[in-house]
Design a protein around this ligand. Structure first.
Ligand code: G4P
Length: 287
Protein backbone atom coordinates (compact mmCIF):
# COMPACT_ATOMS: atom_id res chain seq x y z
CA UNK A 1 0.00 0.00 0.00
CA UNK A 2 1.23 3.48 -0.79
CA UNK A 3 1.08 5.65 2.32
CA UNK A 4 0.33 9.18 1.24
CA UNK A 5 -2.14 11.79 2.47
CA UNK A 6 -1.96 15.49 1.80
CA UNK A 7 -5.43 16.94 1.40
CA UNK A 8 -5.91 20.50 0.16
CA UNK A 9 -6.70 21.94 3.56
CA UNK A 10 -3.15 21.15 4.67
CA UNK A 11 -1.70 23.29 1.87
CA UNK A 12 -3.96 26.10 3.08
CA UNK A 13 -2.94 25.52 6.68
CA UNK A 14 0.75 25.77 5.80
CA UNK A 15 0.09 29.06 4.02
CA UNK A 16 -1.74 30.35 7.08
CA UNK A 17 1.09 29.24 9.35
CA UNK A 18 3.61 31.05 7.13
CA UNK A 19 1.67 34.25 7.83
CA UNK A 20 1.15 33.58 11.54
CA UNK A 21 4.77 32.67 12.19
CA UNK A 22 5.64 36.37 11.91
CA UNK A 23 3.73 36.97 15.15
CA UNK A 24 5.43 34.15 17.02
CA UNK A 25 8.39 33.95 19.41
CA UNK A 26 8.34 30.23 20.11
CA UNK A 27 7.28 27.12 18.19
CA UNK A 28 6.06 24.32 20.43
CA UNK A 29 6.23 21.20 18.31
CA UNK A 30 4.39 18.13 19.47
CA UNK A 31 5.84 14.79 18.48
CA UNK A 32 4.36 11.39 19.16
CA UNK A 33 6.65 9.70 21.68
CA UNK A 34 6.06 6.34 19.95
CA UNK A 35 7.58 7.66 16.70
CA UNK A 36 9.62 10.79 17.48
CA UNK A 37 11.46 10.55 14.20
CA UNK A 38 8.55 9.98 11.82
CA UNK A 39 6.21 12.42 13.55
CA UNK A 40 8.65 15.28 12.94
CA UNK A 41 7.27 17.31 10.06
CA UNK A 42 10.07 18.76 7.91
CA UNK A 43 7.74 21.57 6.81
CA UNK A 44 7.25 22.65 10.43
CA UNK A 45 11.02 22.52 10.81
CA UNK A 46 11.40 24.91 7.90
CA UNK A 47 8.60 27.17 9.11
CA UNK A 48 10.13 27.38 12.57
CA UNK A 49 13.61 28.29 11.38
CA UNK A 50 14.93 31.25 13.36
CA UNK A 51 12.32 30.90 16.12
CA UNK A 52 12.80 29.56 19.62
CA UNK A 53 11.86 25.88 19.75
CA UNK A 54 10.39 23.50 22.26
CA UNK A 55 9.79 19.83 21.50
CA UNK A 56 7.11 17.94 23.41
CA UNK A 57 7.10 14.17 23.24
CA UNK A 58 3.40 13.64 23.76
CA UNK A 59 1.52 10.40 24.45
CA UNK A 60 4.55 9.37 26.47
CA UNK A 61 2.16 7.22 28.53
CA UNK A 62 1.76 4.97 25.48
CA UNK A 63 5.47 4.82 24.68
CA UNK A 64 8.17 2.55 26.07
CA UNK A 65 9.56 4.18 29.25
CA UNK A 66 13.16 3.22 28.38
CA UNK A 67 12.83 4.70 24.90
CA UNK A 68 11.28 7.87 26.35
CA UNK A 69 14.44 8.48 28.35
CA UNK A 70 16.63 7.72 25.32
CA UNK A 71 14.77 10.27 23.20
CA UNK A 72 14.91 13.02 25.81
CA UNK A 73 18.65 12.42 26.09
CA UNK A 74 18.96 12.46 22.32
CA UNK A 75 17.20 15.82 21.94
CA UNK A 76 19.12 17.42 24.76
CA UNK A 77 22.39 16.22 23.19
CA UNK A 78 21.26 18.00 20.03
CA UNK A 79 20.77 21.17 22.08
CA UNK A 80 16.98 21.05 21.81
CA UNK A 81 14.67 21.60 24.74
CA UNK A 82 12.48 18.52 24.96
CA UNK A 83 9.93 17.32 27.48
CA UNK A 84 7.93 14.14 27.98
CA UNK A 85 4.23 14.89 28.19
CA UNK A 86 0.97 13.05 28.62
CA UNK A 87 -1.51 15.71 27.61
CA UNK A 88 -4.47 13.50 28.43
CA UNK A 89 -3.61 13.06 32.12
CA UNK A 90 -1.75 16.36 32.30
CA UNK A 91 1.57 14.76 33.32
CA UNK A 92 4.49 17.01 32.36
CA UNK A 93 2.21 19.85 31.29
CA UNK A 94 2.98 22.08 34.28
CA UNK A 95 6.65 22.25 33.34
CA UNK A 96 5.93 23.77 29.91
CA UNK A 97 5.39 27.38 31.01
CA UNK A 98 8.70 27.47 32.89
CA UNK A 99 10.59 25.74 30.13
CA UNK A 100 9.19 28.24 27.61
CA UNK A 101 10.64 31.02 29.80
CA UNK A 102 14.01 29.29 29.86
CA UNK A 103 14.06 28.74 26.10
CA UNK A 104 13.09 32.36 25.38
CA UNK A 105 15.26 33.92 28.08
CA UNK A 106 17.38 36.00 25.63
CA UNK A 107 14.29 37.58 24.17
CA UNK A 108 12.77 38.23 27.59
CA UNK A 109 16.02 39.82 28.68
CA UNK A 110 16.03 42.00 25.56
CA UNK A 111 12.43 43.03 26.26
CA UNK A 112 13.33 43.90 29.84
CA UNK A 113 16.21 46.11 28.70
CA UNK A 114 13.76 47.97 26.48
CA UNK A 115 11.39 48.43 29.37
CA UNK A 116 8.89 45.87 28.12
CA UNK A 117 7.74 43.77 31.06
CA UNK A 118 5.00 41.18 31.42
CA UNK A 119 4.62 40.72 27.69
CA UNK A 120 3.63 37.09 27.28
CA UNK A 121 5.61 34.78 25.03
CA UNK A 122 3.65 34.11 21.87
CA UNK A 123 3.86 30.47 20.91
CA UNK A 124 2.54 28.41 18.05
CA UNK A 125 1.50 24.85 18.88
CA UNK A 126 2.24 22.75 15.83
CA UNK A 127 2.29 19.10 14.91
CA UNK A 128 0.91 16.35 12.74
CA UNK A 129 -2.80 15.45 12.93
CA UNK A 130 -3.95 13.56 16.03
CA UNK A 131 -0.74 14.15 17.97
CA UNK A 132 -2.67 15.77 20.82
CA UNK A 133 -2.47 19.52 20.14
CA UNK A 134 -6.02 20.31 21.26
CA UNK A 135 -5.74 18.07 24.31
CA UNK A 136 -2.51 19.81 25.28
CA UNK A 137 -3.98 23.27 24.86
CA UNK A 138 -6.96 22.27 26.98
CA UNK A 139 -4.63 20.91 29.65
CA UNK A 140 -2.50 24.06 29.58
CA UNK A 141 -5.42 26.42 29.68
CA UNK A 142 -7.01 24.37 32.43
CA UNK A 143 -10.42 24.19 30.87
CA UNK A 144 -12.10 22.77 27.79
CA UNK A 145 -11.59 25.87 25.69
CA UNK A 146 -10.83 24.30 22.35
CA UNK A 147 -12.44 21.67 20.29
CA UNK A 148 -10.80 18.25 20.20
CA UNK A 149 -11.71 15.51 17.80
CA UNK A 150 -10.38 12.25 16.55
CA UNK A 151 -10.64 13.00 12.83
CA UNK A 152 -7.10 13.66 11.70
CA UNK A 153 -6.64 16.84 9.75
CA UNK A 154 -9.87 18.55 10.72
CA UNK A 155 -9.22 22.22 10.15
CA UNK A 156 -9.58 24.28 13.27
CA UNK A 157 -10.06 28.03 13.29
CA UNK A 158 -7.30 30.34 14.48
CA UNK A 159 -7.48 31.18 18.14
CA UNK A 160 -5.14 32.60 20.76
CA UNK A 161 -5.26 30.99 24.15
CA UNK A 162 -3.83 32.59 27.25
CA UNK A 163 -1.86 30.33 29.61
CA UNK A 164 -1.06 31.82 32.99
CA UNK A 165 0.56 35.25 32.80
CA UNK A 166 3.50 34.38 30.61
CA UNK A 167 2.31 32.48 27.58
CA UNK A 168 -0.09 32.97 24.69
CA UNK A 169 -0.74 30.04 22.39
CA UNK A 170 -1.88 29.87 18.83
CA UNK A 171 -3.57 26.63 17.86
CA UNK A 172 -2.77 25.38 14.35
CA UNK A 173 -4.32 22.60 12.29
CA UNK A 174 -2.47 19.31 12.08
CA UNK A 175 -0.36 19.08 8.98
CA UNK A 176 1.58 16.39 7.17
CA UNK A 177 3.86 17.03 4.21
CA UNK A 178 3.32 16.43 0.50
CA UNK A 179 5.40 13.31 -0.03
CA UNK A 180 6.81 10.64 2.25
CA UNK A 181 10.10 9.81 0.57
CA UNK A 182 10.45 6.94 3.01
CA UNK A 183 7.31 4.82 3.10
CA UNK A 184 8.21 3.50 6.56
CA UNK A 185 7.59 7.04 7.81
CA UNK A 186 4.17 7.08 6.11
CA UNK A 187 3.32 3.65 7.49
CA UNK A 188 4.17 4.64 11.05
CA UNK A 189 2.14 7.85 10.75
CA UNK A 190 -0.79 5.71 9.64
CA UNK A 191 -0.23 3.34 12.56
CA UNK A 192 -0.61 6.09 15.15
CA UNK A 193 -3.74 7.41 13.44
CA UNK A 194 -2.37 10.57 11.85
CA UNK A 195 -3.58 9.64 8.40
CA UNK A 196 -7.20 9.31 7.39
CA UNK A 197 -8.06 5.64 8.06
CA UNK A 198 -10.68 5.74 5.33
CA UNK A 199 -8.05 5.86 2.60
CA UNK A 200 -6.13 2.91 4.05
CA UNK A 201 -6.59 -0.82 3.84
CA UNK A 202 -7.19 -1.94 7.43
CA UNK A 203 -5.71 -5.35 6.70
CA UNK A 204 -2.52 -4.11 5.07
CA UNK A 205 -2.01 -1.59 7.85
CA UNK A 206 -2.49 -4.24 10.55
CA UNK A 207 -0.08 -6.58 8.78
CA UNK A 208 2.52 -3.83 8.56
CA UNK A 209 1.98 -3.28 12.29
CA UNK A 210 2.40 -6.99 13.00
CA UNK A 211 5.67 -6.85 11.04
CA UNK A 212 6.96 -3.93 13.12
CA UNK A 213 5.95 -5.60 16.39
CA UNK A 214 7.43 -9.00 15.59
CA UNK A 215 10.76 -7.23 15.06
CA UNK A 216 10.59 -4.86 18.04
CA UNK A 217 8.35 -6.63 20.56
CA UNK A 218 8.37 -10.28 19.53
CA UNK A 219 5.53 -12.34 20.97
CA UNK A 220 3.47 -9.31 22.03
CA UNK A 221 0.64 -9.91 19.55
CA UNK A 222 0.47 -13.64 20.29
CA UNK A 223 0.39 -12.92 24.03
CA UNK A 224 -2.39 -10.36 23.74
CA UNK A 225 -4.68 -12.72 21.83
CA UNK A 226 -3.59 -16.00 23.39
CA UNK A 227 -2.24 -17.36 20.12
CA UNK A 228 0.23 -20.18 19.92
CA UNK A 229 2.66 -20.68 17.07
CA UNK A 230 3.96 -18.06 14.72
CA UNK A 231 1.16 -17.29 12.32
CA UNK A 232 1.85 -14.55 9.81
CA UNK A 233 -0.15 -12.53 7.31
CA UNK A 234 -3.80 -13.44 6.88
CA UNK A 235 -3.36 -16.48 9.09
CA UNK A 236 -2.45 -14.18 11.96
CA UNK A 237 -5.52 -12.03 11.34
CA UNK A 238 -7.65 -15.17 11.17
CA UNK A 239 -6.18 -16.26 14.52
CA UNK A 240 -7.07 -12.89 16.07
CA UNK A 241 -10.59 -13.11 14.59
CA UNK A 242 -11.11 -16.55 16.07
CA UNK A 243 -9.67 -15.51 19.44
CA UNK A 244 -11.96 -12.49 19.55
CA UNK A 245 -14.96 -14.25 17.97
CA UNK A 246 -14.98 -11.68 15.21
CA UNK A 247 -16.77 -13.79 12.65
CA UNK A 248 -18.75 -13.21 9.50
CA UNK A 249 -22.29 -14.50 8.90
CA UNK A 250 -21.08 -17.86 7.76
CA UNK A 251 -18.83 -18.21 10.82
CA UNK A 252 -15.69 -17.41 8.85
CA UNK A 253 -13.10 -15.07 10.39
CA UNK A 254 -13.80 -11.40 9.64
CA UNK A 255 -10.31 -10.27 8.67
CA UNK A 256 -10.95 -6.53 8.24
CA UNK A 257 -12.50 -6.31 11.74
CA UNK A 258 -9.71 -8.38 13.27
CA UNK A 259 -7.22 -6.07 11.55
CA UNK A 260 -8.96 -2.98 12.91
CA UNK A 261 -8.96 -4.52 16.41
CA UNK A 262 -5.20 -5.14 16.27
CA UNK A 263 -4.45 -1.60 15.11
CA UNK A 264 -6.78 -0.14 17.74
CA UNK A 265 -5.17 -2.21 20.48
CA UNK A 266 -1.79 -0.81 19.48
CA UNK A 267 -3.07 2.77 19.31
CA UNK A 268 -4.73 2.60 22.71
CA UNK A 269 -1.78 0.92 24.42
CA UNK A 270 -3.55 -2.39 25.06
CA UNK A 271 -0.62 -4.23 23.51
CA UNK A 272 1.64 -2.52 26.03
CA UNK A 273 3.77 0.61 26.00
CA UNK A 274 5.64 0.53 22.73
CA UNK A 275 8.01 2.77 20.80
CA UNK A 276 8.70 1.99 17.17
CA UNK A 277 11.79 4.16 16.77
CA UNK A 278 15.07 4.52 18.67
CA UNK A 279 17.57 7.31 18.16
CA UNK A 280 20.39 4.88 17.35
CA UNK A 281 18.39 3.31 14.51
CA UNK A 282 17.51 6.57 12.81
CA UNK A 283 20.43 7.52 10.68
CA UNK A 284 18.74 10.59 9.35
CA UNK A 285 18.72 13.94 11.06
CA UNK A 286 15.95 14.39 13.55
CA UNK A 287 16.94 17.83 14.70
P1 G4P B 1 -4.91 16.98 17.60
O1 G4P B 1 -5.54 18.24 18.13
O2 G4P B 1 -3.42 17.08 17.51
O3 G4P B 1 -5.50 16.49 16.33
O4 G4P B 1 -5.15 15.81 18.68
P2 G4P B 1 -6.25 15.73 19.84
O5 G4P B 1 -5.91 16.66 20.94
O6 G4P B 1 -7.61 15.82 19.23
O7 G4P B 1 -5.97 14.25 20.38
C1 G4P B 1 -6.16 13.11 19.55
C2 G4P B 1 -6.41 11.89 20.42
O8 G4P B 1 -5.25 11.61 21.22
C3 G4P B 1 -7.55 12.06 21.44
O9 G4P B 1 -8.14 10.79 21.63
C4 G4P B 1 -6.82 12.44 22.71
O10 G4P B 1 -7.56 12.13 23.87
C5 G4P B 1 -5.60 11.56 22.60
N1 G4P B 1 -4.45 12.07 23.34
C6 G4P B 1 -3.92 13.32 23.31
N2 G4P B 1 -2.84 13.40 24.08
C7 G4P B 1 -2.67 12.17 24.65
C8 G4P B 1 -1.69 11.62 25.55
O11 G4P B 1 -0.72 12.27 25.98
N3 G4P B 1 -1.86 10.30 25.85
C9 G4P B 1 -2.87 9.54 25.39
N4 G4P B 1 -2.94 8.28 25.76
N5 G4P B 1 -3.80 10.04 24.54
C10 G4P B 1 -3.69 11.33 24.18
P3 G4P B 1 -9.52 10.40 21.02
O12 G4P B 1 -9.70 8.95 21.27
O13 G4P B 1 -9.60 10.90 19.63
O14 G4P B 1 -10.52 11.24 21.85
P4 G4P B 1 -10.97 10.99 23.35
O15 G4P B 1 -11.79 9.76 23.29
O16 G4P B 1 -9.78 10.87 24.22
O17 G4P B 1 -11.78 12.23 23.63
Amino acid sequence: MNYQWYPGHMTKAVRMMQEDIKLIDLVIELLDARIPFSSRNPDIDRLAAGKYRLVLLNKSDLADPGANQQWVRYFSEQGAAALLVDARSGAGVKAIENLAQTVCREKLERDRRRGIVNRPIRAMVAGIPNVGKSTLINALAGRACTRTGNKPGVTKGKQWIRVGRTLELLDTPGILWPKFEDQTVGMRLALIGSMNDEILSAEELALDLAGELSRLYPGSVEKRYGLTGEAKGHELLAGIAMARCVLGRGGEPDLPRAAAALTEDFRSGKLGRMTLERPENEHREVM
